[in-house]
Write a protein that binds this ligand. Structure first.
Ligand SMILES: [Zn+2]
Length: 462
Protein backbone atom coordinates (compact mmCIF):
# COMPACT_ATOMS: atom_id res chain seq x y z
CA UNK A 1 0.00 0.00 0.00
CA UNK A 2 1.28 3.43 -0.96
CA UNK A 3 -0.83 6.30 0.30
CA UNK A 4 -0.77 10.01 0.97
CA UNK A 5 -2.25 11.90 3.91
CA UNK A 6 -2.38 15.57 4.67
CA UNK A 7 -1.90 17.11 8.10
CA UNK A 8 -2.07 20.74 7.04
CA UNK A 9 -2.26 23.17 4.11
CA UNK A 10 -5.57 21.67 3.01
CA UNK A 11 -7.81 24.57 3.96
CA UNK A 12 -5.31 27.37 3.46
CA UNK A 13 -1.70 28.08 2.69
CA UNK A 14 -0.03 27.41 6.03
CA UNK A 15 0.85 24.47 8.25
CA UNK A 16 2.17 22.38 5.37
CA UNK A 17 2.62 18.76 6.40
CA UNK A 18 2.04 15.76 4.18
CA UNK A 19 2.61 12.09 4.89
CA UNK A 20 3.63 9.44 2.39
CA UNK A 21 3.18 5.86 3.54
CA UNK A 22 4.86 2.90 1.91
CA UNK A 23 3.67 -0.32 3.57
CA UNK A 24 4.08 0.15 7.30
CA UNK A 25 6.64 2.93 7.01
CA UNK A 26 6.14 6.57 6.26
CA UNK A 27 7.83 9.92 5.75
CA UNK A 28 6.63 13.44 6.31
CA UNK A 29 7.05 16.14 3.73
CA UNK A 30 7.34 19.40 5.70
CA UNK A 31 6.08 20.11 9.18
CA UNK A 32 4.97 23.73 9.18
CA UNK A 33 3.29 26.18 11.48
CA UNK A 34 -0.27 27.42 11.05
CA UNK A 35 -0.58 31.17 10.64
CA UNK A 36 -3.54 33.52 10.81
CA UNK A 37 -6.91 31.85 11.25
CA UNK A 38 -6.24 29.07 8.85
CA UNK A 39 -7.47 25.56 9.53
CA UNK A 40 -9.66 27.26 12.12
CA UNK A 41 -6.66 27.43 14.39
CA UNK A 42 -4.41 30.17 15.62
CA UNK A 43 -0.73 29.60 16.07
CA UNK A 44 -1.04 29.19 19.82
CA UNK A 45 0.50 26.45 21.87
CA UNK A 46 -2.25 23.83 21.72
CA UNK A 47 -2.25 23.88 17.92
CA UNK A 48 1.45 23.24 17.70
CA UNK A 49 1.32 19.75 19.05
CA UNK A 50 1.62 16.89 16.62
CA UNK A 51 -1.85 15.38 16.60
CA UNK A 52 -1.21 12.31 14.45
CA UNK A 53 0.76 9.08 14.99
CA UNK A 54 4.46 9.28 14.16
CA UNK A 55 5.83 5.92 15.35
CA UNK A 56 6.14 4.74 11.75
CA UNK A 57 7.63 7.99 10.39
CA UNK A 58 11.17 7.23 9.26
CA UNK A 59 12.24 10.66 7.99
CA UNK A 60 11.16 14.25 7.52
CA UNK A 61 11.81 15.78 4.13
CA UNK A 62 11.93 19.58 4.11
CA UNK A 63 11.02 21.35 0.85
CA UNK A 64 12.20 24.77 2.10
CA UNK A 65 12.74 26.68 5.31
CA UNK A 66 9.74 29.02 5.40
CA UNK A 67 8.17 28.76 8.85
CA UNK A 68 4.85 27.49 7.46
CA UNK A 69 6.82 24.48 6.21
CA UNK A 70 9.25 23.85 9.09
CA UNK A 71 7.86 25.62 12.18
CA UNK A 72 6.55 22.52 13.92
CA UNK A 73 9.86 20.61 13.76
CA UNK A 74 10.65 21.26 17.46
CA UNK A 75 7.24 19.84 18.34
CA UNK A 76 7.85 16.85 16.09
CA UNK A 77 11.06 16.15 18.00
CA UNK A 78 9.25 16.68 21.31
CA UNK A 79 6.67 14.12 20.16
CA UNK A 80 9.47 11.57 19.86
CA UNK A 81 10.44 11.70 16.17
CA UNK A 82 13.88 10.10 15.82
CA UNK A 83 14.53 10.08 12.09
CA UNK A 84 16.71 12.24 9.85
CA UNK A 85 15.68 15.64 8.50
CA UNK A 86 16.44 15.50 4.78
CA UNK A 87 16.86 18.76 2.87
CA UNK A 88 18.92 20.56 0.23
CA UNK A 89 22.40 21.91 0.98
CA UNK A 90 21.36 25.58 1.32
CA UNK A 91 18.35 24.57 3.46
CA UNK A 92 20.72 22.64 5.74
CA UNK A 93 22.52 25.90 6.47
CA UNK A 94 19.36 27.96 6.88
CA UNK A 95 17.16 25.55 8.85
CA UNK A 96 18.87 25.91 12.28
CA UNK A 97 18.83 29.71 11.86
CA UNK A 98 15.12 29.94 11.19
CA UNK A 99 14.28 27.46 13.93
CA UNK A 100 16.45 29.30 16.44
CA UNK A 101 14.28 32.34 15.82
CA UNK A 102 11.07 30.32 16.00
CA UNK A 103 12.19 28.74 19.27
CA UNK A 104 12.96 32.12 20.81
CA UNK A 105 9.56 33.49 19.86
CA UNK A 106 7.30 30.57 20.49
CA UNK A 107 9.05 27.99 22.66
CA UNK A 108 11.36 29.27 25.36
CA UNK A 109 13.75 32.06 26.32
CA UNK A 110 16.02 29.53 28.00
CA UNK A 111 19.28 29.79 26.01
CA UNK A 112 20.58 26.39 27.15
CA UNK A 113 17.37 24.67 26.15
CA UNK A 114 17.38 26.39 22.76
CA UNK A 115 20.98 25.28 22.17
CA UNK A 116 20.04 21.75 23.14
CA UNK A 117 17.12 21.64 20.69
CA UNK A 118 19.25 23.22 17.93
CA UNK A 119 22.03 20.72 18.59
CA UNK A 120 19.51 17.93 18.20
CA UNK A 121 18.18 19.43 14.96
CA UNK A 122 21.70 19.90 13.54
CA UNK A 123 22.57 16.29 14.34
CA UNK A 124 19.51 15.10 12.41
CA UNK A 125 19.99 17.17 9.26
CA UNK A 126 21.04 15.26 6.17
CA UNK A 127 21.94 17.59 3.29
CA UNK A 128 21.25 16.04 -0.11
CA UNK A 129 22.55 17.74 -3.29
CA UNK A 130 19.94 18.66 -5.91
CA UNK A 131 19.32 16.03 -8.57
CA UNK A 132 20.68 13.03 -6.63
CA UNK A 133 18.65 10.04 -5.47
CA UNK A 134 18.84 9.38 -1.76
CA UNK A 135 17.60 6.14 -0.20
CA UNK A 136 15.37 6.70 2.83
CA UNK A 137 14.67 3.03 3.52
CA UNK A 138 14.98 -0.24 1.65
CA UNK A 139 13.92 -3.23 3.71
CA UNK A 140 12.10 -6.36 2.60
CA UNK A 141 9.23 -5.51 0.30
CA UNK A 142 9.28 -1.77 0.94
CA UNK A 143 11.63 0.88 -0.32
CA UNK A 144 11.63 4.62 -0.70
CA UNK A 145 14.14 6.94 -2.28
CA UNK A 146 13.82 10.66 -2.81
CA UNK A 147 15.39 13.25 -5.09
CA UNK A 148 15.30 17.01 -4.56
CA UNK A 149 14.96 19.34 -7.54
CA UNK A 150 15.26 23.10 -7.58
CA UNK A 151 11.89 24.78 -6.99
CA UNK A 152 12.98 28.40 -7.56
CA UNK A 153 10.91 29.64 -4.61
CA UNK A 154 13.55 30.67 -2.07
CA UNK A 155 17.19 29.72 -1.76
CA UNK A 156 17.41 26.00 -1.06
CA UNK A 157 13.79 25.31 -2.02
CA UNK A 158 13.05 21.98 -3.62
CA UNK A 159 10.29 19.87 -4.96
CA UNK A 160 10.53 16.25 -3.92
CA UNK A 161 10.41 13.28 -6.25
CA UNK A 162 9.64 10.07 -4.36
CA UNK A 163 10.19 6.61 -5.85
CA UNK A 164 8.23 4.18 -3.70
CA UNK A 165 7.97 0.38 -3.84
CA UNK A 166 5.72 -1.91 -1.84
CA UNK A 167 5.98 -5.48 -3.17
CA UNK A 168 4.88 -5.40 -6.78
CA UNK A 169 3.59 -1.84 -6.61
CA UNK A 170 6.00 0.81 -7.75
CA UNK A 171 5.04 4.46 -7.83
CA UNK A 172 6.56 7.87 -8.45
CA UNK A 173 5.05 10.70 -6.40
CA UNK A 174 6.03 14.35 -6.59
CA UNK A 175 5.41 16.92 -3.85
CA UNK A 176 5.78 20.40 -5.27
CA UNK A 177 6.46 22.26 -2.02
CA UNK A 178 6.20 25.92 -2.95
CA UNK A 179 7.11 26.56 -6.58
CA UNK A 180 8.75 29.79 -7.63
CA UNK A 181 7.68 32.08 -10.41
CA UNK A 182 9.83 32.07 -13.54
CA UNK A 183 11.98 35.18 -13.98
CA UNK A 184 12.11 35.71 -10.23
CA UNK A 185 15.21 37.62 -9.23
CA UNK A 186 18.19 35.58 -8.04
CA UNK A 187 17.00 32.01 -8.54
CA UNK A 188 16.69 29.79 -11.61
CA UNK A 189 13.14 28.76 -12.45
CA UNK A 190 11.94 25.23 -11.67
CA UNK A 191 12.07 22.61 -14.41
CA UNK A 192 9.20 20.07 -14.42
CA UNK A 193 9.95 16.46 -13.50
CA UNK A 194 10.19 13.96 -16.36
CA UNK A 195 7.40 11.80 -14.98
CA UNK A 196 5.17 11.15 -12.01
CA UNK A 197 2.21 8.95 -11.18
CA UNK A 198 0.82 11.28 -8.55
CA UNK A 199 1.42 14.94 -7.95
CA UNK A 200 0.71 17.01 -4.84
CA UNK A 201 0.83 20.62 -5.96
CA UNK A 202 0.55 24.00 -4.24
CA UNK A 203 -2.00 26.54 -5.46
CA UNK A 204 -1.28 29.79 -3.59
CA UNK A 205 -1.76 31.69 -6.85
CA UNK A 206 -3.90 29.04 -8.55
CA UNK A 207 -6.37 31.70 -9.66
CA UNK A 208 -4.01 34.52 -10.69
CA UNK A 209 -1.11 35.39 -12.88
CA UNK A 210 1.62 37.78 -11.87
CA UNK A 211 2.76 40.80 -13.79
CA UNK A 212 5.89 40.13 -15.78
CA UNK A 213 9.17 40.98 -14.14
CA UNK A 214 9.90 44.24 -16.00
CA UNK A 215 6.37 45.64 -15.50
CA UNK A 216 6.60 44.78 -11.84
CA UNK A 217 10.02 46.37 -11.48
CA UNK A 218 8.81 49.64 -12.99
CA UNK A 219 5.67 49.51 -10.86
CA UNK A 220 7.86 49.13 -7.81
CA UNK A 221 9.81 52.17 -8.98
CA UNK A 222 6.62 54.18 -9.55
CA UNK A 223 5.14 53.21 -6.18
CA UNK A 224 8.34 54.10 -4.35
CA UNK A 225 8.68 57.44 -6.16
CA UNK A 226 5.04 58.32 -5.53
CA UNK A 227 5.26 57.24 -1.90
CA UNK A 228 8.39 59.29 -1.27
CA UNK A 229 7.06 62.49 -2.87
CA UNK A 230 5.67 63.80 0.40
CA UNK A 231 8.50 62.48 2.56
CA UNK A 232 7.71 59.87 5.16
CA UNK A 233 8.60 56.25 5.40
CA UNK A 234 7.71 53.48 3.02
CA UNK A 235 7.20 50.44 5.17
CA UNK A 236 7.50 47.08 3.47
CA UNK A 237 6.40 44.09 5.54
CA UNK A 238 8.53 41.28 4.18
CA UNK A 239 9.38 37.72 5.02
CA UNK A 240 12.98 37.41 6.17
CA UNK A 241 13.78 34.74 3.65
CA UNK A 242 13.21 35.17 -0.05
CA UNK A 243 11.15 38.29 -0.43
CA UNK A 244 13.55 40.56 1.44
CA UNK A 245 16.45 39.43 -0.75
CA UNK A 246 14.42 39.65 -3.98
CA UNK A 247 13.36 43.18 -3.10
CA UNK A 248 16.89 44.26 -2.25
CA UNK A 249 18.02 42.80 -5.55
CA UNK A 250 15.38 44.78 -7.46
CA UNK A 251 16.02 48.00 -5.53
CA UNK A 252 19.75 47.69 -6.20
CA UNK A 253 18.96 47.31 -9.90
CA UNK A 254 16.79 50.45 -9.81
CA UNK A 255 19.60 52.34 -8.09
CA UNK A 256 22.05 51.10 -10.73
CA UNK A 257 19.71 52.17 -13.54
CA UNK A 258 18.36 55.47 -12.22
CA UNK A 259 21.21 56.58 -9.94
CA UNK A 260 21.18 60.37 -10.20
CA UNK A 261 17.54 60.79 -11.30
CA UNK A 262 15.57 62.77 -8.79
CA UNK A 263 12.82 61.10 -6.82
CA UNK A 264 11.80 64.33 -5.10
CA UNK A 265 13.92 67.48 -4.89
CA UNK A 266 17.38 66.56 -3.64
CA UNK A 267 16.44 62.95 -3.13
CA UNK A 268 17.85 60.71 -5.86
CA UNK A 269 17.95 56.95 -6.20
CA UNK A 270 21.63 57.13 -5.29
CA UNK A 271 20.97 58.67 -1.91
CA UNK A 272 17.74 56.86 -1.04
CA UNK A 273 18.21 55.04 2.22
CA UNK A 274 17.09 51.42 2.49
CA UNK A 275 16.81 49.91 5.96
CA UNK A 276 16.51 46.24 6.77
CA UNK A 277 15.25 46.26 10.35
CA UNK A 278 15.42 42.59 11.19
CA UNK A 279 18.35 40.57 12.51
CA UNK A 280 16.87 37.49 10.91
CA UNK A 281 16.44 39.07 7.47
CA UNK A 282 19.97 40.45 7.75
CA UNK A 283 21.32 37.02 8.63
CA UNK A 284 19.54 35.38 5.70
CA UNK A 285 20.70 38.14 3.37
CA UNK A 286 24.24 37.30 4.48
CA UNK A 287 23.64 33.59 3.81
CA UNK A 288 22.10 34.35 0.40
CA UNK A 289 25.14 36.48 -0.38
CA UNK A 290 27.48 33.62 0.54
CA UNK A 291 25.68 31.00 -1.49
CA UNK A 292 26.26 32.60 -4.90
CA UNK A 293 26.78 29.21 -6.59
CA UNK A 294 23.02 28.70 -6.17
CA UNK A 295 22.12 32.02 -7.84
CA UNK A 296 20.86 32.21 -11.41
CA UNK A 297 23.00 33.29 -14.35
CA UNK A 298 21.72 36.87 -14.40
CA UNK A 299 22.66 37.43 -10.77
CA UNK A 300 26.05 35.77 -11.24
CA UNK A 301 26.71 38.10 -14.20
CA UNK A 302 26.07 41.16 -12.04
CA UNK A 303 28.63 39.92 -9.52
CA UNK A 304 31.09 39.45 -12.41
CA UNK A 305 30.51 43.10 -13.29
CA UNK A 306 31.45 44.12 -9.76
CA UNK A 307 27.94 44.79 -8.50
CA UNK A 308 26.77 43.75 -5.03
CA UNK A 309 23.06 43.04 -5.39
CA UNK A 310 22.58 42.18 -1.72
CA UNK A 311 25.09 44.41 0.04
CA UNK A 312 25.03 47.82 -1.63
CA UNK A 313 26.09 51.15 -0.09
CA UNK A 314 22.60 52.56 0.49
CA UNK A 315 21.65 49.61 2.67
CA UNK A 316 21.57 49.90 6.45
CA UNK A 317 20.92 46.95 8.70
CA UNK A 318 19.43 47.28 12.17
CA UNK A 319 20.14 44.39 14.50
CA UNK A 320 19.79 45.69 18.05
CA UNK A 321 16.35 45.97 19.57
CA UNK A 322 17.30 49.31 21.12
CA UNK A 323 18.40 50.67 17.72
CA UNK A 324 15.14 49.39 16.28
CA UNK A 325 13.04 51.32 18.81
CA UNK A 326 15.11 54.44 18.17
CA UNK A 327 14.69 54.08 14.42
CA UNK A 328 10.89 53.79 14.77
CA UNK A 329 10.75 56.92 16.90
CA UNK A 330 13.21 58.86 14.77
CA UNK A 331 11.48 58.08 11.47
CA UNK A 332 7.99 58.70 12.85
CA UNK A 333 9.11 62.11 14.12
CA UNK A 334 11.30 63.34 11.27
CA UNK A 335 9.38 61.98 8.25
CA UNK A 336 12.73 61.44 6.66
CA UNK A 337 12.21 59.66 3.33
CA UNK A 338 13.33 56.12 3.69
CA UNK A 339 12.35 52.57 2.74
CA UNK A 340 12.14 50.13 5.65
CA UNK A 341 11.88 46.38 5.23
CA UNK A 342 10.78 44.59 8.38
CA UNK A 343 9.08 41.32 9.31
CA UNK A 344 6.85 39.60 9.72
CA UNK A 345 5.60 39.54 6.17
CA UNK A 346 1.92 39.33 7.17
CA UNK A 347 2.26 41.82 10.07
CA UNK A 348 1.35 39.01 12.45
CA UNK A 349 4.17 40.00 14.82
CA UNK A 350 7.76 41.12 14.72
CA UNK A 351 9.29 44.56 14.39
CA UNK A 352 6.97 45.67 11.59
CA UNK A 353 4.20 45.98 14.21
CA UNK A 354 6.05 48.76 16.07
CA UNK A 355 6.45 50.65 12.80
CA UNK A 356 2.78 50.19 11.96
CA UNK A 357 1.68 51.48 15.35
CA UNK A 358 3.89 54.54 14.98
CA UNK A 359 3.22 55.25 11.34
CA UNK A 360 -0.24 54.15 10.19
CA UNK A 361 -1.85 57.35 11.47
CA UNK A 362 0.20 59.71 9.24
CA UNK A 363 -0.76 60.07 5.58
CA UNK A 364 2.83 60.88 4.61
CA UNK A 365 3.77 57.31 5.35
CA UNK A 366 3.08 54.43 3.02
CA UNK A 367 2.79 50.69 3.45
CA UNK A 368 3.79 48.55 0.51
CA UNK A 369 2.71 44.92 0.49
CA UNK A 370 4.71 42.64 -1.73
CA UNK A 371 3.55 39.23 -0.56
CA UNK A 372 0.51 37.11 0.06
CA UNK A 373 -1.56 38.13 3.11
CA UNK A 374 -3.40 35.18 4.67
CA UNK A 375 -6.95 35.62 5.99
CA UNK A 376 -7.03 36.67 9.63
CA UNK A 377 -3.63 38.39 9.64
CA UNK A 378 -3.20 42.10 10.36
CA UNK A 379 -1.63 42.39 6.92
CA UNK A 380 -4.84 41.20 5.27
CA UNK A 381 -6.88 43.66 7.38
CA UNK A 382 -4.65 46.62 6.50
CA UNK A 383 -4.80 45.70 2.84
CA UNK A 384 -8.60 45.31 2.94
CA UNK A 385 -9.63 48.23 5.17
CA UNK A 386 -6.70 50.64 4.78
CA UNK A 387 -7.60 52.02 1.35
CA UNK A 388 -11.14 52.79 2.66
CA UNK A 389 -9.79 54.73 5.62
CA UNK A 390 -10.52 51.94 8.07
CA UNK A 391 -8.61 50.68 11.08
CA UNK A 392 -6.66 47.65 12.18
CA UNK A 393 -6.27 46.02 15.56
CA UNK A 394 -2.67 45.58 16.68
CA UNK A 395 -1.92 44.00 20.06
CA UNK A 396 -5.52 44.55 21.13
CA UNK A 397 -5.70 48.23 20.19
CA UNK A 398 -7.33 49.99 17.24
CA UNK A 399 -5.15 52.00 14.90
CA UNK A 400 -6.67 54.24 12.25
CA UNK A 401 -5.09 53.84 8.86
CA UNK A 402 -4.25 57.15 7.18
CA UNK A 403 -1.02 56.01 5.57
CA UNK A 404 -1.44 55.08 1.93
CA UNK A 405 -1.54 51.39 1.17
CA UNK A 406 0.01 49.87 -1.95
CA UNK A 407 0.51 46.44 -3.32
CA UNK A 408 2.96 45.21 -5.89
CA UNK A 409 2.23 41.57 -6.57
CA UNK A 410 4.66 39.04 -7.80
CA UNK A 411 7.37 39.35 -5.18
CA UNK A 412 5.49 36.45 -3.82
CA UNK A 413 8.10 33.93 -4.81
CA UNK A 414 5.17 31.71 -5.77
CA UNK A 415 4.30 30.49 -9.25
CA UNK A 416 1.22 32.08 -10.82
CA UNK A 417 -1.58 30.07 -12.42
CA UNK A 418 0.05 29.84 -15.87
CA UNK A 419 3.35 28.84 -14.27
CA UNK A 420 1.65 26.01 -12.38
CA UNK A 421 -0.08 24.88 -15.56
CA UNK A 422 3.21 25.02 -17.49
CA UNK A 423 4.91 23.00 -14.75
CA UNK A 424 2.32 20.22 -15.01
CA UNK A 425 2.11 20.34 -18.81
CA UNK A 426 5.90 20.00 -18.90
CA UNK A 427 5.78 16.55 -17.30
CA UNK A 428 6.21 14.25 -20.28
CA UNK A 429 4.40 11.36 -18.58
CA UNK A 430 1.60 13.29 -16.86
CA UNK A 431 0.24 12.18 -13.47
CA UNK A 432 -2.94 10.14 -13.18
CA UNK A 433 -3.75 11.88 -9.90
CA UNK A 434 -3.21 15.51 -8.92
CA UNK A 435 -3.90 16.72 -5.41
CA UNK A 436 -4.26 20.46 -5.09
CA UNK A 437 -3.18 21.80 -1.69
CA UNK A 438 -1.78 24.99 -0.14
CA UNK A 439 -4.23 27.56 -1.44
CA UNK A 440 -7.45 29.38 -0.60
CA UNK A 441 -10.58 27.58 -1.75
CA UNK A 442 -11.13 29.87 -4.74
CA UNK A 443 -7.54 29.39 -5.90
CA UNK A 444 -7.79 25.62 -5.65
CA UNK A 445 -11.06 25.49 -7.57
CA UNK A 446 -9.76 27.78 -10.28
CA UNK A 447 -6.65 25.66 -10.71
CA UNK A 448 -8.75 22.49 -10.77
CA UNK A 449 -10.89 23.94 -13.58
CA UNK A 450 -7.80 25.00 -15.46
CA UNK A 451 -6.24 21.53 -15.16
CA UNK A 452 -9.49 19.86 -16.27
CA UNK A 453 -9.67 22.31 -19.18
CA UNK A 454 -6.38 21.01 -20.55
CA UNK A 455 -7.51 17.40 -20.24
CA UNK A 456 -5.78 16.37 -17.02
CA UNK A 457 -7.54 13.65 -15.05
CA UNK A 458 -7.87 12.57 -11.43
CA UNK A 459 -7.82 16.01 -9.88
CA UNK A 460 -8.58 16.12 -6.18
CA UNK A 461 -8.85 18.79 -3.55
CA UNK A 462 -8.17 16.91 -0.31
ZN1 LIG B 1 7.32 29.15 1.04
Amino acid sequence: MIDIQHHGATTGVTGSCHELNVGHDGVLIDCGLFQGQEEGRDANADNLTIDFPIDHIRALIVTHVHIDHVGRIPYLLAAGFEGPIICSEPSAIMLPEILEDALKIGFTRDRALIEQVLGLIRSRIVAVPYGQWHSVFDEGACALKVRLQRAGHILGSAYVECEARDGDIQERIVFSGDLGAPHAPLLPEPQPPEKTDRLVIESTYGDKDHEDRETRRYRLKAVLEHALEDGGTVLVPAFSIGRTQELLYEIESLIAEFGESSIEGELTWNNLEIVVDSPLAAEFTRIYDQLKPFWDEEAKDLVQQGRHPLSFDQLTVINDHKDHLEAVEYLAKTHRPCVVLAGSGMCAGGRVVNYLKAMLGDKRNDVLFVGYQAAGTSGRDILTYGPRGGWVELDGERYDIRARIHQVGGYSAHAGQSDLVRFVEGISQPPSEIRIVHGDRAAKLALKNKFQGIGLMGIMIP
